[in-house]
Design a protein around this ligand. Sequence first.
Ligand SMILES: [Cu+2]
Length: 103
Amino acid sequence: MTKMLLLPLLLMSSLAAAETREVSIINMKFEPETLVIKPGDTVRWVNKEKRTYHTVLFKGEAVAESQPLFPGDSHERRFELPGTYPYICGPHPHMTAEIRVQP
Ligand SMILES: [Cu+2]
């Protein structure tokens, strides 16, 4: 009886623990430049510029570049696997940052 109850509880707690973490895009930078998250978390990039549009582009991965993010727009990606995921802004390749997924 105890074991049968435990598994659903564990599943529920891991789901409840998944978070959405925000990265601001402001003054031609991703802020923070390095964000550490847990597997299952979602990252939401929010463009907080007044005029400039940006994108989120993971080079070397088969993941499409985000749509152009105009001021106020956002983009989300969920990360399942541990690792380091460097990314840039397509129109401004000097804008570099990374997501670190750590169990
Ligand atoms: Cu940009």
